[in-house]
Write a protein that binds this ligand. Structure first.
Ligand code: ADP
Ligand code: MG
Length: 240
């Protein structure tokens, strides 16, 4: 589904991604872990060109993101993204947050969008919040809305950047539960997180990033039981 070839990204003199190679197959759940500043967010943001890479190639569903003929906005619609800070539109109700993009992009009529939004809200137990504004919701509720809002465009892959890091501890579980259900339904997912329990249970592969490189890349059983890279061992000794 996604092939990353020799991906590089520098900010000025700072080389943040150093020739990353990675292949993500349909249905995979790839969890990315690593210390702060290791390039995890930059990697995720390069996948949908929120950051412009300085080298290499990204092939998404057979099309290079850098091909002049590629309609990058169309490709982006097939990748949902969820951020640490929810990023809901504060001045719009939950329902409007959900229907805005698909209606503007003419993917759905207003009434179709409302129907789809209701189904998704029901799925995450938040249908009664359809007319609420984001600030009237808890962080966990806002993040569940952000996830189903991304699903309104029926993406082929979902990218999550530390989706539970800004939440109070008692709200982490409800968000991880929604992500777990999405994984069980077969969604292709790339998830940057510090939730090692989630990585163990849900990941098909876990990547360890440090210094702009992927230093380890294994199924979770091996990743946690048999970490080879010394820096990964040190990292795990701190977080587990
Ligand atoms: P992580 O998500 O693993 O914490 P990031 O990808 O956010 O790491 O950052 C990796 C490095 O890139 C850091 O050194 C950070 O300071 C730098 N960086 C990230 N975004 C920018 C930016 N927009 N401008 C300059 N430097 C940046
Ligand atoms: Mg980050």
């Amino acid at each position: 589904m996604i092939t990353v070839k020799d991906l590089c990204k520098s900010f000025g003199d700072n080389l943040v991604l150093d020739h990353i190679n990675e292949h993500i197959a349909p249905g995979e759940k790839v969890v990315v872990v690593g210390p702060s500043g290791s390039g995890k967010s930059t990697f995720l943001r390069c996948l949908n060109l929120l950051e412009q890479p300085t080298g290499g190639d990204i092939i998404f569903e057979g099309t290079s993101l850098f091909d002049k003929k590629t309609d990058i906005n169309k490709l982006r619609q097939r990748m949902g993204m969820v951020f640490q800070q929810f990023n809901l539109f504060p001045h719009l109700t939950v329902m409007k947050n959900m229907t805005l993009a698909p209606v503007l992009l003419k993917l759905l009529r207003e009434d179709e969008a409302v129907e789809k939004a209701k189904k998704l809200l029901e799925r995450v137990g938040l249908l009664e919040k359809a007319d609420a504004y984001p600030k009237q919701l808890s962080g966990g509720q806002q993040q569940r809305i952000a996830i189903v809002r991304a699903l309104m465009l029926s993406p082929d892959v979902m990218l999550f950047d530390e989706p539970t890091s800004a939440l109070d501890p008692e709200m982490v579980g409800e968000v991880l539960e929604v992500m777990r259900e999405l994984a069980n339904e077969g969604m292709t997912m790339v998830v940057v997180t510090h939730e090692m329990g989630f990585a163990r249970e849900v990941a098909t592969r876990v990547l360890f990033m440090d210094g702009g490189n992927i230093l380890e890349n294994k199924p979770p059983e091996e990743f946690f039981a048999n970490p080879e890279n010394p820096r990964l061992r040190e990292f795990l000794s701190k977080v587990l």
